[in-house]
Design a protein around this ligand. Structure first.
Ligand code: PLP
Length: 354
C-alpha cells in the first residue's frame, strides 16, 4: 500500500531522538544513566501513598517552592519547579530564543542540550572542551555573539566530570554581557568535593543574569518521578512559568521532593557513600593507566577514542551496562558490588602507557 504521510517540520525529522541508557539484564548493573543506586527512603514511599490522584496537582508547586526558596535565601517567586530539570532547560530556551537566536554550550556535555535546542528550532553553538574535560570558558566567552541568548554551563560536566572553578566562573561572567542569560546546570552539585568548585547558591546574589538548575533525580534518587527546579531573577522565573506546560509536576513528585528534603541528612549520607566509591574507582582507574578527568559527579569518564564501541561491549559482556558517547565511555557510580567488576573489566582493556 502506498502510505500517505503527514507533513512534519523538516528540521524535526532530522533530529535523532534521545537514546535512553540501555536497559540492563536482570543480573547486570545499569551504569548508563547516572542514576542513584539506592532504593527510596521509607518516608518518601509513605509520602507517595498520601496523595490523591483524581485531582490535578498544585500547578505552581507552592509548598515545594517555599521550602526551596527558604533554603536558598530566595523568594518563592524566584523558584520554578518543573518535571525534571531537562524540562526547565526547554522552558529556558522557549522563553529566550527565537529561531534566529543561538544557545551556546560546551561539548561534549549533557545530551539533552542539543535535543531541546533543536526541538525549539534554535541553533546550537558548541564549544569543544579542553583536553582535561573542562569547559573552555575563554573560548565560550569569545563565541558569544549578538545572537546568543542563552549560555549553558554544566558543573560538574556530564559526561566528562570536572566542575567549573569559582575563579573561572567569575572570569567568564565578567567577560560576557550582563544582559545575557547564563544557566549554571548543577544537576550533580551534591556530589562535588572540589573546594574550588563554583557554587550556584553563592553566585546567584552576585549575578542577576544567572539561573541555577537543580534536580531531585540524582542525589535525591527521584529520577523516576521527574522533579527539578530553577532559581532565577523573578521576571525570568515568571517567563519560565509563562511557557511551562500546565500541571507538569505531579503532586506525587512534589510530595516525594518535600519528604526528601525532610530526610535530607539520610540522603546525603548515601551521597557520601557514592562519592567514596567514586574516589576508589577513580584511583583504581588511574593506577591502571586510564587518563580519567577529575570526576565531581556520580560518574567517571574513560576517554576511549576509536575503541569506544569495543570497550563498551567489553563492559557489557561483564554485566555492566555503560554509556558510550562518541569519543568516550561514561560509567555511573552504582552498587558496591559493581565496583570490583568494573575495575576488573577496565584493567582488561586499558592500553599500556607508552
Ligand atoms: C547535566 C544534566 N542536566 C540535567 C539533567 C536532567 O535531569 P532531570 O531532567 O532528571 O532533572 C541531566 C540528566 O542526566 C544532566 O546530566
Amino acid at each position: 500500500m502506498n502510505e500517505q504521510r503527514v507533513r512534519l517540520r523538516p528540521d524535526v525529522v532530522g533530529i535523532a531522538p534521545y537514546r535512553p541508557g540501555r536497559a540492563a539484564a536482570a543480573d547486570a548493573f545499569k551504569l548508563s544513566s547516572n542514576e542513584n543506586p539506592y532504593p527510596p527512603l521509607p518516608a518518601v514511599v509513605a509520602a507517595l501513598g498520601s496523595v490523591g490522584i483524581n485531582r490535578y496537582p498544585d500547578a505552581v508547586s507552592s509548598q515545594l517552592r517555599e521550602r526551596i526558596a527558604a533554603r536558598w535565601g530566595a523568594r518563592p517567586e524566584q523558584v520554578v519547579v518543573g518535571p525534571g530539570s531537562v524540562a526547565l532547560l526547554a522552558y529556558l530556551i522557549w522563553a529566550t530564543c527565537t529561531p534566529e537566536d543561538e544557545v551556546l554550550y560546551a561539548w561534549r556535555s549533557f545530551e539533552g542540550y542539543p535535543l531541546v535546542a533543536a526541538a525549539a528550532g534554535v541553533r546550537s553553538v558548541q564549544v569543544p572542551n579542553l583536553a582535561n574535560g573542562e569547559h573552555d570558558l575563554a573560548a565560550m566567552a569569545a563565541a558569544v555573539t549578538e545572537r546568543t541568548r542563552l549560555v549553558l554551563l554544566c558543573s560538574p560536566n556530564n559526561p566528562t566530570g570536572p566542575a567549573i572553578s569559582r575563579a573561572a566562573f567569575a572570569e567568564f561572567m565578567a567577560a560576557v554581557p550582563s544582559t545575557l542569560l547564563v544557566v549554571l546546570d548543577e544537576a550533580y552539585a551534591e556530589f562535588v568535593t572540589d573546594p574550588d568548585a563554583v557554587r550556584g547558591g553563592e553566585e546567584l546574589p552576585r549575578h542577576p543574569n544567572l539561573v541555577v538548575l537543580r534536580t531531585f533525580s540524582k542525589a535525591y534518587g527521584l529520577a523516576g518521578l521527574r522533579v527539578g527546579y530553577a532559581i532565577a531573577a523573578e521576571y525570568v522565573a515568571d517567563a519560565l512559568r509563562a511557557v511551562a506546560l500546565p500541571f507538569g509536576v505531579t503532586d506525587v513528585a512534589q510530595a516525594a521532593a518535600l519528604a526528601s528534603l525532610d530526610d535530607e541528612a539520610e540522603l546525603l549520607e548515601r551521597v557520601d557513600h557514592i562519592v567514596a566509591r567514586r574516589e576508589r574507582i577513580r584511583s583504581g582507574l588511574l593506577e591502571q593507566g586510564w587518563a580519567v578527568p577529575d570526576p565531581q559527579g556520580n560518574f567517571v569518564w574513560l576517554p576511549t577514542g576509536a575503541r569506544t564501541a569495543e570497550i563498551a561491549a567489553h563492559f557489557e559482556r561483564a554485566g555492566l551496562v555503560v554509556r558510550s558517547l562518541g569519543e568516550g565511555v561514561r560509567i555511573s557510580i552504582g552498587e558496591e558490588e559493581s565496583v570490583p567488576k568494573l575495575l576488573r573489566s577496565s584493567r582488561e582493556v586499558v592500553e599500556p602507557r607508552s
